[in-house]
Ligand binder design. Structure first.
Ligand code: 0O2
Length: 221
């Protein structure tokens, strides 16, 4: 806005910190994370009876940091208001689910999304269609109701599903490339892409081995 100075991160964080709206908003996102995490843990427990093995290896949760929120809102040219943050940013609440096998990811997705209080807002399947750099994961944005003293409220949560191999690659790629402007044309980028493809090949081979072992077991009984 003309004549108005751009606030820096520290100033924005101080303003947000004092704002009751902001605190309430973050409590809501935290509650939505708890709802989704519980749903996933319940599914994990039930599905483990089937195979005698839990399909979920780990669940990580996070609230997007104020710096990261501000960076994204600036990058996308969204107005710097709480209302705009609420409507435009769908990844403030994040849940990352690390699974053993690729097919567990789709099974969990199907069971989570068929629950009648869950609405799928967005789905990006970077496993079927990986990013050009080799990144693979299934991204969902789902809306889940939380029950406040004032009544129910729908809150968006981003849920990322990955195998351990995909997570290993994404974590290292993030560390190697974080805040570095590395062109996709470099040798390092090409080698990272090759590693992503090898990790995916490993995932597929592990699934084949599992199904061979299952077959051997069923022949025995
Ligand atoms: P953080 O700290 O995880 O929140 P955007 O890229 O955010 O403008 P969009 O559509 O929201 O747009 O993003 P997208 O591509 O669906 O997924 C964003 C998140 O997925 C990222 O979050 C990462 O967690 C992960 N991700 C996406 N692409 C890559 C990648 O190439 N490498 C790695 N390591 N992770 C990736 P944020 O927002 O970066 O950070």
């Amino acid at each position: 806005m003309a004549g108005k100075k751009e606030l820096d991160v520290v100033e924005v964080m101080e303003i947000l910190d004092k704002s009751e709206n902001y605190r309430l908003l973050f409590t809501e996102y935290r509650s939505a994370i708890m709802e989704i995490e519980t749903k996933l843990r319940v599914l994990d427990n039930e599905l483990s009876i089937d195979r005698d093995k839990n399909p979920i290896e780990t669940i990580h949760t996070r609230l997007k940091s104020p710096e990261s929120i501000l960076e994204k809102m600036r990058r996308k040219n969204y107005p710097l208001t709480i209302e705009s943050m609420r409507t435009n940013l769908l990844d403030i609440a994040g849940v990352r689910v690390i699974c053993d096998f690729i097919d567990d990811i789709y099974k969990l997705e199907q069971h989570l999304c068929s629950q009648n209080d869950i609405t799928v807002i967005r789905r990006k399947d970077y496993i079927e269609e990986p990013k050009p750099n080799g990144y693979r994961s299934l991204h969902l944005v789902v809306s889940v109701p939380i029950f406040l003293t004032s009544g129910p409220k729908e809150i968006p949560v981003e849920v990322q599903f990955r195998t351990m191999a995909m997570d290993f690659w994404a974590s290292l790629e993030h560390k190697l490339k974080y805040k570095k402007d590395i062109s996709e044309a470099t040798d390092a980028a090409a080698r990272l892409k090759e590693c992503a493809d090898k990790a995916f090949a490993l995932d597929r081979e592990m699934m084949r081995i599992r199904s061979d072992i299952d077959e051997m077991e069923s022949e025995k009984s």
